[in-house]
Write a protein that binds this ligand. Structure first.
Ligand SMILES: *Cc1c(COP(=O)(O)O)cnc(C)c1O
Length: 414
């Protein structure tokens, strides 16, 4: 029999960039009794979360909510808008962009991937995995496509494997500048509710997201935010779909219900998450993550280690990737930190395996949990024999104490 005989004291530090630590408030909300998903109480809950999630995506149009992980919502975005053999243009920002391409290939789409063409001193094998989307390359490619064979441009907003956030408004401008009718389909699974995102204002046709990153929920629900053009495309899109089909979901959602059983208790959690995020105000939420990210980067810089994101204009507010010195296996460092200090850090994915680790700064967190996170990394790096230039803990303490969080300043004034 498999028994879980180790239960360390104190809280586990879940510092991976999703699933993020879930606030107690949300866990408590989820422990309410499961109700009839066709009953009157459920309709009230359904209508509330559907209205609230629109405010998070900043859209006036429908948002489909699936009882599935983010990967399911990726599939939904493609199968509802495209037909077999359709040509889609993607941009290789990292591991998640590559996985989405693999899915598109498996679904029978014809994929074309653009990637950054420059070089990189720290990661010569994957220079594009340190930078954001180059919108000018997308524009140039679309201008060549005078026959409009490209049906969709699919891009990742916050590349969780690298800690790079791309400029989605620039991608929309590139499509418009080329006067190209392709749909803009965006993965903001880890960007939503942590990094600024504007579904309507940026002219996104489908935004894909998930529950376990910025929304601070456990894994298990995912989203497609839609545009009128995406809904129009879904009427003629030929890829097979049934569970993912938007038409029945959008229709039944008008009254707050679903065609099949939604995950009731996760929706209680979503309702609580919406109260928290909208109560704080989304712009405050974004500023909070940007400040945390800056504090964490100050520590990495003090250690003298390179940050995975090479372009300061597109640093992710959600996570920071840390490149370990040549010869130091980042996964061995992570294992040591887990064993000694009960903290989980993100692994290097795909081309980055063993070369870097990722520090998540999202979900239920504050200055002191982040300082402890940095302390765990610093101890683990030293124990692994990495020569650090200086103390990241000291640097982050200096940063957090000299840059007070806006909400704590408000408290002082009161
Ligand atoms: C987490 C994540 C996914 C995958 O979502 P799952 O919920 O694991 O299926 C896809 N893309 C990005 C950018 C992610 O962060």
């Amino acid at each position: 029999m498999l028994t879980l005989d180790v239960h360390p004291t104190g809280r586990h530090f879940l510092q991976i960039p999703g699933p993020s630590p879930v606030p107690d408030r949300i866990l408590r909300a989820m422990s309410l009794p499961t109700i009839d998903h066709r009953g009157p109480e459920f309709g009230t809950l359904g209508r509330k979360v559907l209205a609230g999630i629109g405010q998070i995506f900043r859209t006036k149009h429908p948002v489909a909510i699936y009882p599935a992980s983010g990967t399911g919502a990726w599939e939904a975005a493609l199968t509802n808008t495209l037909s077999a053999g359709d040509h889609v243009l993607m941009f290789e920002t990292g591991h998640f962009a590559s996985l989405w391409k693999k899915m598109a290939d498996r679904l029978g789409l014809s994929t074309e991937v653009l990637s950054y063409e420059g070089s990189d001193e720290h990661l010569p094998a994957a220079p594009g995995w340190r930078r954001g989307i180059q919108a000018d390359m997308i524009e140039a490619r679309l201008r060549q496509d005078t026959q409009h064979r490209i049906k969709a441009v699919c891009v990742v907003h916050n590349e969780t494997s690298t800690g790079v956030t791309s400029d989605i408004a620039a991608v929309r401008k590139a499509i418009d500048a080329a006067r190209h009718p392709a749909l803009l389909v965006v993965d903001s699974i880890s960007g939503l509710a942590s990094a600024p995102f504007e579904h309507d204002a940026w002219g996104v046709d489908v935004t894909v997201s998930g529950s376990q990153k910025g929304l601070m929920l456990p894994p298990g629900i995912s989203f497609n935010a839609l545009s009128p053009r995406a809904l129009e495309a879904s009427k003629t899109a030929g890829l097979p779909k049934s569970f993912w089909a938007w038409d029945e979901i959008v229709d039944m959602n008008k009254d707050g219900y679903w065609p099949y059983t939604p995950n009731t208790n996760l929706l209680y959690g979503l309702s609580e998450s919406l109260d928290m995020l909208l109560g704080e105000g989304l712009d405050n939420v974004f500023a909070r993550h940007a400040r945390w990210a800056e504090g964490v980067r100050s520590a990495v810089t003090a250690w003298g280690l390179p940050i995975q994101c090479a372009d300061p204009a597109v640093y992710s507010p959600v996570l920071t990737g840390v490149i370990t010195p040549p010869g130091v296996d980042a996964d061995a460092v992570r294992r040591l930190i887990h064993q000694r200090f009960d903290m989980s850090l993100g692994t290097g994915l795909g081309k980055l395996k063993g070369r870097m680790f990722r520090i998540g700064h999202l979900g239920d967190s504050n200055d002191l949990t982040l300082l402890a996170t940095i302390a765990g990394c610093e101890m683990g790096l030293k124990l692994s024999g990495v020569k650090l230039v200086g103390s990241g803990v000291q640097k982050a303490m200096d940063f957090f104490s000299s840059h007070a969080a806006p909400d704590t300043l408000k408290k002082e004034a009161a």
